[in-house]
Design a protein around this ligand. Structure first.
Ligand code: MYA
Length: 616
């Protein structure tokens, strides 16, 4: 009989008889091995394949093609588009839209033989970065069309659907993504629109309505999500399941409300859309009956890096305005860029832009080289970009002072435009939970396997030995995993900070799983802190990778990038430690309980509970 090694004792008893780890989570990764850095971080493991070296997915020809498109795009924004006018009119005029169609900007990723530019995600990222630099309202018109509007046809369309619709969406027919309803916002599965299949199976009849649909008043072609009653072939039970359809306005019965009066991205068109007895041919089913929820999620996952790319452009333009002001504005005898207060602002603004851009191109690069495991990183890209851009624009306004508050400077419009980015395409709050729960599920599945292995240790010695050795190195601190060989030598210390964050992540997740089991899904105070720690850790890895590549290739800004990467890793690793501590200490748990109680009190009385201090 093979003896189980004594080192077995290194695995805590609690883990050997792990509590119910059937964590019901938001995602599906199961126990499949993931290449995602973030997913593996939840197991305390370093998976660096998608992080190091920094992706460089374009060959010379692709770079050349991209360069040929960059100039006309920049010229369009300099000479044709007027963001002030677009905002003022709350629309984009016909000539401006026509120029965008002529540029091919509505079909960036559609294959060339179907009328598009045939670009990959990285090339798309570069072009939308220019869009984000100049006009986010135009960006949403373009993004709602291709990032989500017809993305489903690109990803899931049959060859016939692609052949029929892609040439149209590149030559004048606007597309829209129609998911949201009054009852269905963050809860994407709560769609009420209904499509009933005809008895001969030739078509569906769709009824329902959608709200806040970008391009809703312009779209000729829509990806629409509706419930379809589906009979289970085994149980015979009929259940409604979300299903995706390609719907043409020309089918009849499709109407829309007036353009919504919004805070920002005013020139983009947002309306309600109504479907009344719309007859959809059965061949317009997208991705199969009952597959609509996954189709929607995949479309959203696939488009999220675009927001990161666009917003890195927006931040760049805010930083430019703030810098131009800071170097010429004299106060107290010196230009204000000489003061530490302004220096810290500019440095932090620039770091956030650097990280946002590094993450966006890392995700697009991974997607272009065939990764399927990019969902958490895409969510991080969206969350990080939208929060950073808001902060950067706000600080730019602060640096400009009174000037920043004036419409003419253009920053107030950008700030208004930016506000929605933390809300749509998955609110940042929902995406934080998605990141944390998906990661936890992945870690949980591993622990579950381990739990099974311990039931029959002799048959699973390999798995157990590997785990035991991992734990031994963690406990003893010897031969800790390292990424020193993957980063430039000047970043070795910063890389250690990143590794430490990953390692502590693993042990914290394990103890959380042991403590809460499946109940973790309801612990949102904890989940938010874990998500924040994951965001900080992944962004550390992304900047380490990019700065290392710049240093190795002697890029002219390499020393500047080194400074930003070092500062980011120092500060982010401290935040990770703080957040990981905050999920376990009695003091913090007590704070969450109290916060929850404060909120309940507020809801009980319908607002602020206390009176004015003078009793008024
Ligand atoms: S469009 C509207 C955006 N709306 C949303 O994003 C909705 C957010 N809600 C959700 O994402 C989901 O409902 C959540 C799931 C995450 C809350 N990837 O029972 P479940 C799987 C892959 O846990 P729920 C807009 O804003 C899951 O594993 N799979 O689901 C316009 C499970 O699978 P299985 C996923 O509790 C903006 C199944 O689905 C994912 O309901 C315009 C059910 O899971 C996922 N992410 O909650 C922007 N999630 O059954 C314009 C779940 O196999 C573009 N699953 O276990 C701008 C572009 C930028 C500018 C560009 C310039 C050009």
């Amino acid at each position: 009989m093979i003896r189980v090694p004594k080192i077995f004792a290194l695995v805590p008893k609690s883990l050997r008889k792990i509590v119910d780890l059937n964590v019901r989570c938001l995602a599906t990764q199961g126990s499949k091995e993931s290449q995602s850095f973030t997913m593996n971080m939840f197991r305390g493991q370093l998976q660096t394949n998608q992080v190091f070296p920094y992706p460089k997915p374009l060959n010379e020809e692709q770079e050349e093609i991209l360069n040929m498109l960059v100039d006309p795009m920049e010229t369009f924004f300099k000479e044709v588009n007027n963001p002030f006018k677009n905002d003022e009119n709350a629309s984009i005029d016909k000539d401006t839209l026509k120029s965008l169609w002529d540029l091919g900007a509505f079909g960036i990723q559609v294959p060339q033989d179907l009328g598009g530019l045939g670009l990959n995600n990285t090339q798309y990222a570069r072009l939308v970065e220019i869009v984000g630099y100049n006009d986010l309202g135009v960006g949403i018109t373009l993004g709602a069309h291709q990032s989500i509007g017809f993305k489903g046809i690109l990803l899931f369309g049959t060859p016939e659907q692609k052949k029929k619709y892609l040439p149209r969406v590149t030559s004048g027919s606007v597309a829209a993504f129609c998911l949201t309803e009054p009852s269905c916002g963050s809860d994407a599965g709560a769609v009420r629109s209904k499509a009933i299949k005809s008895t001969d199976g030739s078509h569906y009849i769709l009824n329902g309505s959608k709200i806040w649909i970008s391009n809703g008043g312009l779209a000729e072609i829509m990806t629409v999500f509706a419930q379809v009653p589906i009979k289970d072939p085994i149980t015979g039970e009929t259940k409604d399941k979300v299903t995706a359809f390609i719907v043409e306005r020309a089918f009849g019965g499709v109407t829309n409300g007036p353009p919504e009066n919004k805070m920002g991205i005013k020139c983009s068109n947002t309306t309600e859309v109504y479907y009344e007895d719309v007859k959809i041919p059965a061949e317009n089913l997208l991705g199969g009956e009952g597959q609509g929820f996954k189709v929607a999620m995949q479309i959203l996952n696939n488009g999220r890096f675009g927001m990161g790319a666009a917003l890195s452009g927006t931040m760049q333009s805010c930083i430019k305005k703030a810098t131009e002001h800071a170097v010429q504005r004299v106060q107290f005898g010196r230009t204000i860029n000489n003061y530490g207060t302004i220096q810290e602002k500019l440095a932090r603004m620039s770091m956030l832009q650097y990280i946002t851009q590094s993450v966006a191109y890392m995700v697009s690069g991974n997607m272009d080289t065939g990764s399927q495991d990019y969902h958490l990183e895409a969510a991080i890209s969206k969350v990080f970009a939208s929060e950073s851009a808001w902060w950067v624009c706000d600080e730019a306004i602060q640096i400009l002072g009174g000037m920043g508050f004036m419409k003419a400077t253009g920053l107030e419009r950008v700030l208004r435009d930016l506000r929605i980015f933390r809300i749509f395409e998955g609110t940042n709050d929902i995406l934080r939970l998605f990141i944390a729960l998906t990661g936890i599920q992945y870690a949980g599945s591993h622990l579950k396997e381990l739990q099974k292995a311990f039931k029959n240790p002799t048959a699973n010695l390999g798995l157990i030995a590997e785990e035991v050795s991992r734990r031994a190195t963690r406990v003893i601190g010897l031969n800790s995993p390292s990424i020193a060989h993957l980063v430039h030598p000047s970043l070795a210390d910063s890389a250690d900070l990143c590794v430490k964050s990953v390692e502590s992540f693993g042990s914290v997740i394990e103890s959380i799983l042991v403590k809460y089991g499946k109940g973790i899904v309801d612990e949102q105070f904890i989940l938010n802190r874990l998500a924040q720690a994951a965001i900080d850790t992944y962004t550390m890895a992304a900047v380490l990778s990019r700065a290392s590549a710049s240093l190795t290739n002697n890029v002219s800004s390499a020393e500047h990038e080194l400074l930003m990467a070092q500062v980011w890793c120092t500060e982010a690793s401290s935040r990770v430690a703080e957040n990981l501590k905050a999920v376990g200490t009695t003091k913090n748990l007590d704070v969450y309980t109290k916060l929850s109680k404060i909120s309940r009190n507020i809801c009980d009385v319908g607002g602020v509970v206390q009176k004015n201090p003078l009793g008024f």
